[in-house]
Design a protein around this ligand. Sequence first.
Ligand code: ATP
Ligand code: MG
Length: 641
Amino acid sequence: MIQAVERPKSDRATHCVAEQYEELYARSINDPNGFWLDQAQRLDWHTAPTKGGDWSFDPAKIEWFADGALNLCHNAVDRHLETRGNDTAIIFEPDDPETPGRTLTYRELHGEVIRMANALKALGVTKGDRVTLYMPMIVEGVTAMLACARLGAIHSVVFGGFSPEALAGRIEDCGSRFVITADTGLRGAKVVPLKANVDAALRIEGADVDGVLVVKHTGANVSMTDGRDQWFDDLASDEDCPCEVMAAEDPLFILYTSGSTGKPKGVLHTTGGYGVWTATTFNYVFDYQPGEVYWCTADIGWVTGHSYIVYGPLMNGATSLVFEGVPNYPDHGRFWDVVDKHQVNILYTAPTAIRALMREGDEFVTSRDRSSLRLLGSVGEPINPEAWRWYFDVVGEGRCPIVDTWWQTETGGVMITTLPAAHDMKPGSAGLPFFGIQPQLVDNDGGVLEGAIDGNLCITASWPGQARSVYGDHERFEQTYFSTYKGKYFTGDGCKRDEDGYYWITGRVDDVINVSGHRMGTAEVESALVLHDKVAEAAVVGYPHDIKGQGIYCYVTLNAGEEGSDELYKELRTHVRKEIGPIASPDYIQFTDGLPKTRSGKIMRRILRKVAENDYGSLGDTSTLADPSLVERLIDGRQNR
Ligand code: ATP
Ligand code: MG
């Protein structure tokens, strides 16, 4: 049993202490419409809503604030001009620390958004059009999203690391007629040929568009197609460009999920509910106070970037740091250099980055000051307790609370987390439901499970930030989320609830393994492996086993300088038996130089399962893998043993 870690106390102002959480949570459940109509007042509405939620999960039809009208660009930018026009909205930190960055006040951000919106208008974009963004992490990535929202166009941001094929598929799927990109991008001094990739994508059948807007970023030479491609600077202008009035249920964006479980889905979010959800969660989860510098290291190509680099922070008038680079360039201390340089107070990052930095030792961290840090956040995967401890003790020096936020592209914003001034933390547990969220654990037949228990995580009632559909395929939306357990939203995640009501995500339900009748979350075995001081990262899957039904197959990467050996193999088996018990003893350990990850850094266990099963014929969609060549190496490693 993992002990709770007391939340570090401070006397700063806070939005929510323990008693307030209890009170607000109770009201959010007993009177959801009243509660959310109150929260909706965080935003500036053209027509204030009088209706709260109007929804059903069978069949799936979800609406919030349906009679309200607003514009989220107005809420993120324009409405701050009067009160905080001279406050910093965005700090841009480039890939190369020697290159000058940029700082934009809300007034300057407003000017840039207007320029971008006018350029889009000149390109032919109108309300309701889908616009694909394929951008580096630069200011124009943010202004392009906001400009779309301003005009009522639906943005679909595709992560700049995706291949032309993946980009083409996403352009075609949503029928996008416009692309916004840049000449080239930079990540860890490597050039990303964005415009060339767009050209290649648009040569693929089905993916032709009417207009491509190109932002000059690095100044690299790129080819421009007459009549289709336009430089942003040529079309930009400062003319007045008012915000379109949008109905609350008008679409805001489409975003394709990371693809760790199958073909990416074009998740559709609408305006009012998403706006209220991201504004409210940002306020409470990060306990943001004016003047603080907030940094989320995600990319705008993921939902975390949408909700917690762009919409959530800016709607709250916060200072949001936009980072073009990567954690290990110029060296593994870059995160902490950025923290010191910009006096970052709140850092929100992912377990994959935390583990990668931890692997390189403490020196990169402790050699930097970091005294500005006040709060740390984690998102994307379960964080194993070992990495949590390192984040807490070494990075935050035991001074900064950690919020481990569980949520999904489909949920729009944070669903389960502790609140920094309200709750003690448990390393590896996301914590407690956010306001309005009613988690439920069910068995495989849908039977409701009470008390401290392990099960499949469902949500029983809608919340404003919930996705409304899969773009162009409502059937798939129903099928994926509402058909497994009738009348409930099924998250696809396995989860354990403890006696204090804390939730522990155990991984995707598909990843739960059944060894001789014992159900086990792969996350648990992985956490045990990572505890070993030579292990950097581990991924565990089940594979068919004659006697046990399923055996435990472990992929292990080692810390810098370590090498796999028969001795270490035995040592690790003993180690896991000791940590969890003989039932969790690994049946097979494969040492590997890397794990297959999606471009957002999540381990793709689906592929690892296939390799473990010796079934290479049907690896499925691998287009979202960060390093496709790794699959070959994994197969070789499997066969060599
Ligand atoms: P796809 O749906 O295409 O397979 P994906 O699920 O990886 O992709 P996201 O929506 O980015 O796409 O990720 C949501 C998932 O990430 C959750 O369902 C959960 O499995 C995992 N996750 C996110 N945050 C946490 C967290 N704090 N703790 C545990 N798991 C998390
Ligand atoms: Mg998912």
